[in-house]
Design a protein around this ligand. Structure first.
Ligand code: DC
Length: 237
């Protein structure tokens, strides 16, 4: 079967990465978590005191971009790829509530996005890759053969996020988590640079009421259909 590029965009806690990982495993594709890359930059900014309260010193961060190296390494024990910032594993640190709350200040900066997008295009240049994020289908790989736009009910998403935090020993109220994710969605949708928006040719997947297995089956069927169409009419690249 011909390998393709799969772009998954959507709101926070819609199960993008869960689906992407399951697909990558099933299809033997590589998976790039682009949100993790912005999170790693946020960790750098925090460590270097570029934040004063919730305000970021954009100039300092932009001037330091050449010192920031983000990449992924496969961990054979967990069978997952983990995020590295300047050679150090930051997989745990990038998932904290603190980083979650501050990361959109970093991901909205044009120069940060330019650097990350260039890296993402380089990492994903061969086919057989799945990327998830906010601007994959619209900006990073606008010619991706399959684009998904994921969404789910706000309460369902907040509960999923809460469960994720509690499983890591981080405890918050449901309302706190819901407010945080709605705030971050608003920032992603309204920012000037590559905002979160559904690509015209993306397939919407609302997973409020469907299982992980059903989602996987749905996407595998889309891929099978695509391969059939492609046989009749080769896609233009
Ligand atoms: O998906 P996530 O929560 O790990 O994303 C972290 C932040 O990065 C969030 O503010 C959205 C932003 N992001 C982005 O702007 N573009 C992407 N392709 C991926 C994430």
């Amino acid at each position: 079967m011909q390998k393709i590029t799969i772009a998954i965009d959507g709101y926070i806690s819609c199960g993008k990465s869960t689906l992407a990982k399951a697909l990558a495993q099933k299809l033997n594709y590589s998976y790039i978590d682009t949100g993790a890359m912005y999170r790693a930059v946020a960790v750098y900014a925090l460590r270097n005191n570029f934040f004063a309260d919730h305000v970021i010193n954009e100039t300092e961060l932009i001037n330091s971009l050449h010192n920031i190296e983000v990449n992924f390494k496969y961990n054979p024990l967990t069978h997952l790829s983990e995020t590295y910032l300047n050679g150090q594993n930051v997989e745990q640190e990038i998932r904290t509530m603190k980083v979650s709350d501050l990361v959109s200040k970093v991901s909205s900066i044009k120069e940060v996005r330019e650097k990350m997008v260039a890296l993402q295009r380089k990492m994903g240049k061969s086919k057989g890759v799945i990327l998830d994020g906010r601007d994959i289908g619209t900006n990073v790989f606008p010619k991706a053969e399959l684009k998904l736009f994921m969404t789910a009910d706000n309460d369902v998403r907040a509960q999923r996020r809460l469960n994720e935090f509690s499983s890591k020993g981080q405890y918050f109220s449901l309302d706190e988590v819901k407010q945080s994710l709605l705030q971050r969605d608003t920032e992603d949708i309204n920012r000037k640079e590559n905002p979160l928006i559904k690509a015209e040719d993306a397939v919407v997947l609302d997973n409020s009421d469907i299982s992980k297995e059903e989602q996987l089956e749905f996407v595998l069927k889309l891929i099978a259909d695509l391969q059939l169409i492609e046989k009749k009419q080769p896609l233009q690249h």
